[in-house]
Design a protein around this ligand. Sequence first.
Ligand code: NAD
Ligand code: TYD
Length: 353
Amino acid sequence: MKEQQNILITGGAGFIGSHVVRLFVEKYPHLHIFNLDALTYAGNLENLKDIEAKPNYNFLKADITDRSAVFKLFKEYEFDSVVHLAAESHVDRSIKDPSVFVKTNITGTLNLMDAALKCWEKDFKNKLFYHISTDEVYGSLGAKGLFRENSPYKPNSPYAASKAASDHFVRAYGETYNLPYIISNCSNNYGPNQFPEKLIPLFINNIIQQKPLPVYGNGNYTRDWLFVLDHARAIDLIFQKGKLKSTYNIGGFNEWKNIDLVKLLCKIMDKKLNRSAVSAEKLIEFVKDRPGHDKRYAIDASKINKELGWQPSVSFKEGLEQTVAWYLSNKEWLERVSSGDYREYYKRWYVEN
Ligand code: NAD
Ligand code: TYD
């Protein structure tokens, strides 16, 4: 028997993953946390500078699509549990190049599960494969209704389809090979360290630079926003107490139309930047819509609330203020991540599209 449990967190250098890694490293000094990440454009070890020297933390640079590398790591470290966040995560990129989403999100997930099965050799005591997924697998809602754990899957973007496929494989591995799994499907996250291609950090970055704010279509699309630390807390609770072979929906009880959210963000930024004379709202431009754009997402998070006592703790206004403050005091981070590949992407998607 090993003295210490080894926990593998994949995608820990990314946005949500870095908050989960920090929470686990700080909360569980008796667990050894391994952060496996390929450091794609979205992965950044700067996100974890404050905890990188902790004795219970290790970084493993590896690509989950590299099957033999994944098997080798499982053999070497005998991970007891996996919290799997590594993924290609941006809808617009999936529209331009779906194939990398298939490779990372589906094949990568399979590689991890196969390696876990081999390592655990059918002794599943205290083992867990926890797959982090999205509400986008359910497709789009009309004006009414909420996504529940038993809502049918109807993904509309290549990103959502790849996550839906990975969810199905995880469930199928549970049924077929008895893999002890849990899946959670969360709504849109926001907060510090999010790559500035997603709506909120992209618009914060553009407001700082006084660049246009490209609102897709008429801006009447609705998302349910959750502060990233509340998601990390939910992941921790599910990791500790979630029921095996089940799924949990996680959401913010916080629906916003894009245009209303953007106007609120402009107000907060005007105040922080002392630019109220000419509001950032002037930068809003309605641009060509995203193909297959989902109209509305909204989560019924009552199962996790009832079973595990989780609920969001940060109000949207408070969370947005904190997020804006973080980006304003981390302008170098923003500049560094928005160079190179990002500029190329921005040009292809927003200028040439
Ligand atoms: P992100 O794009 O910020 O980070 C993804 C991380 O995965 C990066 O560190 C990247 O380097 C790593 N990665 C990518 N491909 C890899 C590979 N082949 N091998 C190893 N590492 C690889 O993503 P995020 O927004 O933090 O999302 C994390 C997870 O949560 C994803 O699975 C996503 O589907 C899910 N999710 C995200 C949201 C959201 O609003 N951002 C909401 C619900 C669920
Ligand atoms: P995004 O942050 O990409 O998350 P998702 O597509 O996973 O929900 O987008 C959030 C919403 O904002 C979505 O309705 C698309 C819209 N959006 C814009 O209007 N303009 C933009 O430049 C981006 C990136 C998103």
